[in-house]
Design a protein around this ligand. Sequence first.
Ligand code: GAR
Length: 192
Amino acid sequence: MSDPLRCVVLISGTGTLLQALLDAISAGAVAARVVGVGADREATGLAAARTRGVETFVLPLVRGGDRNAWDEELAQAVARFAPDLVISAGFMKLVGAAFLDRFAGRFINTHPALLPSFPGAHAVRDALRAGVKVTGCTVFAVDEGVDTGPIIAQTPVPVLPGDDEARLHERIKQEERRLLVDVVREWSQHHE
Ligand code: GAR
């Protein structure tokens, strides 16, 4: 049997997608291992990784700082874990060429809308403002654009009367957690 798929997860916030993945792995539902978790700030989600003994790192992008240097540093911090798959799960920073080149074909992101609709940092708000009746979530392979890479999997989520941004985002995230776990499971099954 091959070794479990080595995953590095990047986060910026609460990290509930990360937790869903960690839970699925602990339950034996996914043959993967989260070998490292990185963040661009002291994200609350780091605690979930630390309590499970997963190594973490924090690499802030200083305002006005050298973006290329940060990018290179991030690529090196992630490469140290020798990942098979790098997952941006609520990581609210765009990465540049140094990072993309290093992890080409093994860097995925998850987004709270049905891409190509509503790319960017305010997908749930934008969907509500547009008045759509169905939105959802997307897992995609990251390219140099903003949420433009090849789509891997999607789940639709209805917009319900009375939804505000928080309520709709929470319902999307319930599906998003499942979707991410399914994609990583599938990835692990094709892993040699
Ligand atoms: C998720 O909905 C993810 O798609 C979104 O942040 C949330 C993270 O939730 N990411 C983006 O909007 C990136 N453009 P979490 O911190 O609870 O895992």
